[in-house]
Structure formats: C-alpha cells, structure tokens
Write a protein that binds this ligand. Structure first.
Ligand SMILES: Cc1ncc(COP(=O)(O)O)c(C=O)c1O
Length: 420
C-alpha cells in the first residue's frame, strides 16, 4: 500500500534526544558509567498532600468540562492572580493534558507568523513544522543572557502581519529569566505591534529566589500565561497544563476549547481534582517549593562556577534546572578533532566521558554552533528535600549530589584536556 504520509511529519528521523538516549543505553549495557545530564525532569517527588488528594479522588469517573473542572480553574486563577497582582477569573483558565498539547492547539488555531527567540524549548518549532506554520527564529546571544530584548524584538517586526511571539522564562535550556525592566520593554513593543504572546512560565515557581514575574503584569491584554503541574510539583507524568487567557482573547480560548472537545475531550478527572490541592497551596506546599528552590540554586551555582572556572561560557541560572554551555573557548582545538557540530560534540563527549548533554541543535541553534544543555537534576530529590536545611552548602552537595559532581568534574577534565 502506498504510504501517504503528510509531508509535514514524514521523514523526520530520530530527534537528538532519542539518539543520545539510545547511545547512552548501549554504553550502559556495556557496563560504562553514564552521567545523565540530558533529560530534564524535576528530581523532586510530588508533594504528599497531592498524592493523598489523588488517592481520595480515584473514584471520580465522569467526563469533566472541556475547559477544565470549574473548582480547579478558580484555584488556578486565584493562585496566579495573587502571585502576579492581577485580577483573573476561573473563566479565563483552560486546563489541558500538559501545556505542550495546549501550545500545539494554540498554533493550530491561529493563522499567524510565529516568532521564537532561540535557544528555545524543543517542541515549539516542531509544532509549527507539523502544522505548516511560518516560523521565524530570533537567535539571541550569550551576551544577551540568551534572552530577547525589546529592542531586538522591535527590529524583527513591521508591517501588518499578525504574529504570535513565544517566550519562556525562566528558560529551558538557558536557566536565565527576564527582569522587570526587560518585561516592560517587551510589553511596550508587543503592545505597539498587537502581538499575541504565549508566555511559557512553566518554571515560574522554580525561580531560584521565588521572584518570578509574568509578562502579563505589563501586557495583560495580549499575554497567554502557560504553566502546569509538571515542574513545580514534580508531576510531569500527571499531564496537567494550564493556559490563562486575557479576557480580550476569549475568542481564542473558545476556539481552542472547541478543537479540544473533538480531540482529547478533557483531562483525567482524578488528576484535576487532586490538582486543586496544589493550587490551594498552604504551608506544606510553600515549604516544599522554597526548599526545592534552595537546592536547585545551590546546585546550579556550583556547576556554573566550576564550568566558568575551566573557561566555558555559562550564564548563572536564575530558575529551573538547566545550564546552556557554550564551548566557543575550545572550538578551534576540538574542530581539529572533527567535532564540527553540537551533535557531534555531544556524541564525542558521551563516548569519551559518559556525560550526556543535549546538543544546542535540539534547541534550534545553528548546527555548527558548539553549544549544549546540561540538566542538573541527577540527584535523589526526595532525599535532598528531607536533608536540606536553611542553607545548602558544599558539604550538602558532596553528600547528596555525588553523581552530579563527578559528572561535572569529568566534563571539566575533558574540556581542559581538549583546550590545547
Ligand atoms: C519550557 C517548557 N515548556 C513546556 C513544557 C511542557 O510541559 P508539560 O508537561 O506541561 O506538557 C516543558 C517540558 O519539558 C518545558 O520544558
């Protein structure tokens, strides 16, 4: 039979993540030690009250409204509204099976050009490709902390083309975030140009100082806040994402809901009921969050210092659990060894040290740029949460994150050996 596959999804081959996973699994099968810095999942367990709430709600068996359980939507609105100083109603909230699906539906429902600063999360660009959207990448630099400035955004605009801008902060893969001044500048340009902004704030609660601010504070009429349980509650597998739409974009929310009603219908009922306890918050959740942040900050800072010390260009992370490494300082020497792309860099590094990084190419950076992401989550989060005191110092890191330290040391030795 003829294979009539949609050309937008045909012949994609394996993603860099899958290739790296396969290579590292093969090496592990040969008995080699692997340092898994490639995959970025929260190391922390789901908060206990959420687990209990899920058990209590196992009997919930009916389909829920497509837009999401009303009580949950109210809690999400209250939670985000109080953190951001915004007035948000439950009606503006949509619950989806992970924010990834909501983002896909957003691109599906809009007929606009899509602007994406890079490095960017791995799925935004494939969504556009699958849907045949016109996507424009804006490559940011290390000097810009891998973030989009208002000025840079303005220089990319013009004309009457309707546009969707996608930004993500604290960012995956760069770990940096926008200051209040940056957000105000972006808001001004977005307003002047009537942009719809999908503001991916899934790591907002994991701002290391608990100081996340949404663009919606400064551009409420055009910002869709995207978030969910995956990162701040360590519940990626629960598959619950949230979009908060401005009242001005209720037409878009309704369109996305109508497509959702014809595709996934609604998010699993027990998960939605259990999620209420996360958004209701309280002391236990706040303490879980502040300890998580303290640990991530200490680990991220330690790794940054170590990698800067050996000459890699790495920005100090302000949130999430990633570092974006720029190997330019050793580019000329490693190119003589045939390492010409970020993918070959990661493969060589894996073969020679057992350290798994994800290549810059996966984050839509130019192939020949020698960059890669390191996810610093290779430690037992449950143990670390219990052990962490008010300050998380070097001895804590050596006791609870030994594998992470060893992996970073191996990476450092490799860089030093290849610097000549
Ligand atoms: C930046 C970013 N956005 C969105 C997602 C998707 O999250 P969800 O689990 O809500 O689909 C991820 C997950 O890795 C992410 O890193």
């Amino acid at each position: 039979m003829k294979q009539n596959i949609n050309p937008n999804v045909a012949g994609k081959g394996k993603s860099p993540t899958l290739r790296t996973n396969e290579l590292s699994a093969a090496m592990e099968a040969e008995g080699k030690e692997i340092f898994r810095f490639g995959f970025g999942e929260s190391p922390f367990p789901v908060p206990e009250e959420m687990e209990k709430a899920l058990r209590r709600n196992a009997h919930q068996k009916s389909y829920l409204p497509v837009q999401g359980l009303p009580e949950l939507r109210e809690e999400v609105a209250r939670f985000t509204g109080s953190r951001e100083g915004l007035s948000i109603s439950g009606d503006q909230v949509m619950i989806g099976p992970g924010s990834k699906e909501l983002m896909f539906l957003l691109q599906l429902c809009l007929e606009t050009e899509v602007l994406i600063p890079t490095p960017c999360w791995v799925s935004y660009v494939p969504h556009g490709v699958i849907l045949g959207r016109s996507t424009r990448l804006i490559n940011t630099t290390f000097e810009e902390s891998w973030l989009l400035s208002g000025e840079r955004l303005a220089s990319e605009l013009g004309g009457e083309t309707p546009r969707l801008l996608i930004i993500n902060y604290p960012g995956n893969p760069q770990g940096t975030t926008y200051s209040q001044k940056d957000l105000k500048a972006l808001a001004e340009v977005a307003r002047e140009n009537n942009l719809i902004v999908m503001s991916d704030e899934i790591y907002g609660e994991l701002h290391h100082d608990g100081a996340h601010q949404s663009l919606a504070r400064y551009y409420p009429e055009g910002t869709i806040i995207s978030s969910g349980l995956s990162k701040w509650c360590g519940a990626g597998g629960w598959r619950l994402g949230t979009f908060i739409f401005p009242k001005e974009l209720s037409w878009l929310r309704e369109t996305i809901c109508s497509v959702a009603s014809e595709t996934y219908s609604t998010v699993s009922a027990p998960i939605q009921y259990a999620a209420i306890s996360a958004y209701r918050g309280g002391e236990a959740i706040e303490s879980y969050l502040s300890t998580s942040r303290r640990i991530l900050k200490a680990v991220g800072n330690w790794a940054t210092d170590r990698l800067n010390e050996i000459g890699l260009a790495v920005r100090r992370p302000e949130g999430a659990f990633y570092l974006f490494l720029d190997f330019s300082s050793i580019a000329s020497s490693i190119r003589t060894r045939g390492i010409e792309t970020s993918t070959s860099l990661c493969e060589k590094l894996l073969e020679e040290t057992g350290v798994v990084l994800l290549s810059g190419e996966a984050f839509s950076r130019p192939q020949e740029e020698l960059t890669a992401r390191l996810a610093y989550v290779t430690f037992d989060g449950a143990e670390a949460l219990t052990a962490a005191g008010d300050s998380v110092g070097d001895s804590f890191l050596r006791t609870y994150c030994p594998k992470l330290i060893e992996g970073v040391e191996r990476l450092s030795s490799w860089v030093e050996a290849n610097a000549i």
